[in-house]
Design a protein around this ligand. Structure first.
Ligand SMILES: *Cc1c(COP(=O)(O)O)cnc(C)c1O
Length: 416
């Protein structure tokens, strides 16, 4: 009988502060140092040869083997530390790769996993940059995209079953800016039934890494714009990809080395310092947003508030309940009075700032139809529900009563 106790496994808030960082490698510094060097000195010619074999994928490292670093475009200590420390935030993830923006991460996923001539299925609406990548770039390279409306579970299953040469399923949930959710486990189940299963990729920027964990619902890859909640202060750009399969991450790192889109040492160091507080910040932001969204839902100048706790569609409620722990800090409203009312509202704000982006500790508000989603055709905007009267909010960590006061005074000031 084995009487050995299983090893004690620390919980996420502890792991994110302790994993993957050895103070002895940073001259005893209690927090990681910054290593700005572009190139690294080999311990011997043999170990240089070994490093190149491993970097080029002709050999695989032994368990626990220490491989010399080569050159910072391939990897560097701050990327390695960040990649180790972010893993515990995403349940079931075993490895991560960091990129110099969310778009760099998303394009590298497409380039690596969906060769020209192959197809992918994607949910709509999508983040504006991803939309542009698909329509103005992947299309011209012969990668064939099949759109499915977010939340259309049957449509998604059918598209996965019937699209020839399918390599990738790209899901953004909840969809920006309408907050419609897509069922990750339904997509993963359909994908796994195919003879060559496509990779299921989830852009988890809106809800993760605190409120939604795509890998536990069967996704293969989770991608983040770390520019948003992970960094949290609207002062850096970054992207992170996480997966269960370490070979898949190694493959993405290989393409990253050629495209040259690794996250730089200073940014890695900054982002690494933000990880231990992401759950604290997001919890506060979600509580603030919930109080505000639920109050605004009764305002006479507002026709509708799009927010997870205010869902009415039973399918949306079902997906929300299996997929999300909390409603998050993004919502959109539809004002009575169209574009003029939306612009008046934005003009009158005193605390909320009229800016794109989201996830920072400060509250940002914008008009999707003419900014982040201005590239979407008139017809598609109608289909997705992105109207001229829509305003999107990313709620920060200010006192929610001050924010609500600001939104009320701004609503009052809308010209009749
Ligand atoms: C911001 C964002 C991106 C792109 O990230 P960048 O860091 O700006 O390149 C992708 N997806 C979603 C959902 C986003 O909000």
């Amino acid at each position: 009988m084995n009487t050995k106790k299983p090893p004690y496994v620390v919980r996420t808030p502890t792991a994110v502060l302790t994993r993957g960082f050895d103070p002895r490698l940073s001259v005893g510094s209690a927090r990681p140092a910054v290593f700005r060097s572009s190139t690294y000195v080999f311990s011997s010619p043999e170990s240089a040869e070994r490093s190149f074999e491993i970097a080029l994928g002709t050999k695989t490292p032994e368990e626990g083997e220490n491989v010399d670093l080569i050159y910072a475009r391939l990897s560097h200590p701050n990327a390695e530390i960040l990649e180790d420390q972010v893993v515990p935030l995403e349940p079931e993830a075993r490895a991560a790769a960091v990129f110099n923006s969310g778009m760099a991460a998303i394009s590298t996923i497409f380039f690596t996993l969906c060769p020209p001539g192959k197809s992918f299925v994607y949910t709509t609406p999508l983040y504006g940059g991803t939309y542009h990548l698909i329509h103005h770039f992947l299309d011209t390279l012969g990668m064939h995209g099949v759109p499915v409306l977010a939340g259309d579970t049957d449509g998604l299953k059918k598209a996965i079953e019937s699209t020839p040469n399918l390599r990738l399923v790209f899901i953004e949930t909840p969809a920006n800016p309408v907050l419609r959710m897509t069922d990750i486990s339904a997509a993963a189940a359909s994908a796994s039934r195919l003879s060559t299963p496509p990779f299921v990729v989830v852009d988890n920027t809106f809800m993760g890494p605190t409120f939604q964990h795509p890998l536990i619902h069967g996704a293969d890859i989770v991608v983040y714009s770390a520019t948003k909640y992970l960094s949290g202060f609207s002062d850096l750009l970054g992207g992170i990809v996480l997966a269960r399969d370490t070979d898949l991450i190694a493959q993405l790192r290989g393409i990253r080395a050629i495209l040259g889109n690794i996250l730089q040492p200073d940014e890695c160091w900054m982002l690494d310092g933000r990880l231990p507080t992401v759950t604290l910040r997001m919890n506060r932001q979600s509580k603030n947003a919930q109080r505000i969204a639920e109050t605004l839902a009764h305002h006479p100048k507002i026709a509708k508030v799009n927010y997870p706790t205010l869902f009415e569609d039973p399918e949306q409620i079902r997906i929300r309940d299996i997929q999300c722990k909390f409603p998050g800090a993004i919502f959109s409203i539809e004002l009575k009075g169209g574009k003029r009312a939306a612009y008046d509202f934005l003009r009158n704000l005193e605390i909320g700032r009229n800016a794109v982006s989201l996830g920072g500790v400060e509250t940002l508000v914008n008009h999707p139809a003419t900014t982040t989603h201005s590239e979407v055709s008139h017809e598609d905007k109608k289909k997705f529900g992105i109207s001229d009267s829509m305003v999107r909010f990313s709620i920060g960590i200010e006192d929610w009563r001050d924010l609500l006061h600001d939104f009320h005074q701004s609503l009052d000031a809308i010209a009749e």
